[in-house]
Ligand binder design. Structure first.
Ligand SMILES: Cc1cc2nc3c(=O)[nH]c(=O)nc-3n(C[C@H](O)[C@H](O)[C@H](O)COP(=O)(O)OP(=O)(O)OC[C@H]3O[C@@H](n4cnc5c(N)ncnc54)[C@H](O)[C@@H]3O)c2cc1C
Length: 473
């Protein structure tokens, strides 16, 4: 397990130490930020010509949109204060609710007692409440998402919302997916949250659509972290391909074909790719396990519109396979500067594929509808779906843009935990290596988890608990 790592990377007193941070997403940049607070020298190696990874804001003329509908979750107070201190007044509170499109209606999401009964009917609500209470009394534990959803939410809710949405998002039948995904991705979908969160302050905020967001886009968090790291400590267009070791320590990395000696390594690279980098290589059984760790990619179709607004929502979810996208969002509802005056935009998220290095790819449906590279057809389909639900008129479209994001969602299957643990046990032998980040740990984590884990990893590394507090002051 990653939690057992106790990397021994030289601390500041050992001058001239060379800590290599692999990957310049939120995880890599925050590791650099925390190391810099303690004057530990480091270099961030990023393959792309820009930092931010899957957490950036794209610009298209005067329109801006994020790499998927991002928001800052506030579950970790330390992380929230840290981001507040980094962004100052440019971090603002947004009030913008979510909805689910279901049977021709836009239903408030997460459900409130009132909307649940109003939009789904009292009979449906009573059935779901009964299923929930029965699952509580039976106390059974489900390993896969399908049985978890059925026993927790009841058949009707589970099938109409949760299971359809999950298989669209992850491209895998829900019985192959881990039940742990329900506690992260699908919070608030059923009666459980309605019954348990009703009246609770945090639940209410979530339902009312309150969250923090930086003016100008989620990429502002990346910008400020990169500025703290220092431009000279970040090497762009630098692809890591190998990691040389002596059995217990990493001795050097290879970036763009050039060997670079290192004293310590913090890797945020996608775990299934990273595990193929050690020289000498990892044992065959470890490589075989890694081939079963698969990422889902995402295509974003942005439509720039000649009208001031379409909805007041943060995000609208589309569980039905009738629609090509899983969800759409209107960036302007997070921050007005995301579109010029009198204009707005809609961005559709279309998960696709799954990079696997084994025959396991067969269980990952390719979705059949379009090859992801056929961007024109995908865009046409997005437009016709949006017209169908009444959110778009073709004459409003000023421009369109398509963006492909790789390795966006780690697909957490029922056997992922065991496979990941095996890989981590192998990597545990390298005393000067730490893994952090969404892809780096192959966990379904959000920005606040990544910042927290990065802070905790550097604190553990330097034997101090002060980093977070220093940053928050
Ligand atoms: C559609 C979508 C919506 C999301 N919404 C939210 C949200 O609302 N709230 C929230 O908190 N989180 C959200 N997230 C999650 C959040 O974006 C991620 O947790 C975060 O981006 C992970 O950062 P990371 O640095 O761990 O990984 P990444 O961003 O993947 O960074 C890894 C970096 O490593 C680089 N790299 C890869 N291979 C190499 C190599 N060989 N050599 C050098 N560099 C390499 C990559 O280019 C990349 O820059 C969302 C994610 C997605 C995809």
């Amino acid at each position: 397990m990653i939690e057992s790592y106790h990397a021994r990377i030289p601390v500041p007193s050992e001058t001239g130490s060379r800590v290599a941070i692999l990957g310049g997403g939120i995880a890599g940049l925050s590791a650099g930020y925390f190391l810099r607070l303690h004057s530990v020298p480091f270099t961030i190696y990023e393959a792309k010509p820009y930092v931010g990874g899957n957490c950036i804001t794209f610009s298209c003329g005067e329109f801006r949109f994020d790499s998927g509908p991002h928001r800052l979750h506030t579950e970790d107070e330390g992380v929230t204060s840290l981001v507040k201190s980094l962004l100052g007044s440019s971090l603002h509170e947004v009030h913008s609710p979510n909805q689910v499109y279901y049977k021709g209606r836009f239903v408030d999401f997460p459900f409130s007692l009132f909307s649940f009964a109003r939009d789904l009917g009292l009979a449906e609500f009573a059935r779901a409440a009964y299923a929930y209470l029965r699952s509580r009394s039976s106390g059974g534990k489900s390993n896969d998402l399908r049985s978890f959803a059925l026993s927790t939410y009841g058949k009707s809710i589970a099938e109409r919302f949760l299971l359809n949405y999950s298989s669209k998002l992850w491209g895998v039948s829900p019985e192959l997916l881990s039940a742990t995904l329900a506690s992260t991705r699908l919070k608030g979908l059923g009666v459980r949250s309605v019954l348990t969160e009703a009246g609770r302050r945090s639940g209410k905020d979530h339902r009312e659509g309150k969250f923090y967001y930086p003016s100008g886009g989620i990429g502002k968090i990346v910008d400020v972290l990169a500025a703290h790291c220092g431009r000279s400590n970040i090497v762009l267009e630098s692809r890591i391909t190998e990691m040389h070791h002596n059995g217990s320590r990493i001795t050097s990395i290879v970036a763009n074909g050039k060997g670079i000696p290192v004293d310590g390594v913090i890797s945020t690279l996608p775990l299934p790719h990273f595990i193929r980098m050690p020289c000498p290589p990892a044992p065959a059984e470890i490589l075989e396990s890694a081939r079963h760790l698969v990422f889902r990619h995402v295509l974003l179709v942005g439509l720039l519109l000649k009208r001031p607004a379409v909805t007041s929502n943060a995000t609208i979810y589309f569980p039905s396979r009738e629609f090509i996208f899983t969800r759409i969002y209107e960036p302007r509802n997070r921050c007005p500067t995301m579109a010029p005056a009198g204009h707005t935009s809609l961005v559709a998220e279309i998960p696709f594929g799954g990079r696997a290095h084994s025959s396991l790819i067969k269980v990952i449906k390719t979705d059949g509808v379009f090859a992801p590279c056929d961007q024109r057809r995908v865009t046409e389909r997005v437009i016709s779906d949006l017209v169908k639900v009444g959110l778009l008129q073709c004459e409003d479209i000023a421009d369109m843009v398509v963006v492909k994001m790789e390795d966006a969602y780690p697909v957490i299957l029922t056997d992922t935990h065991a496979r990941r643990a095996l890989i981590h046990r192998y990597l545990d032998r390298f005393e000067n290596l730490k893994l952090i980040g969404r892809g780096g740990t192959f966990r379904y984590t959000s920005i606040h988890h990544v910042l927290r884990d990065s802070r905790d990893a550097i604190n553990a590394l330097l034997g101090t608990e002060t980093i977070g507090r220093v940053a928050e002051e």
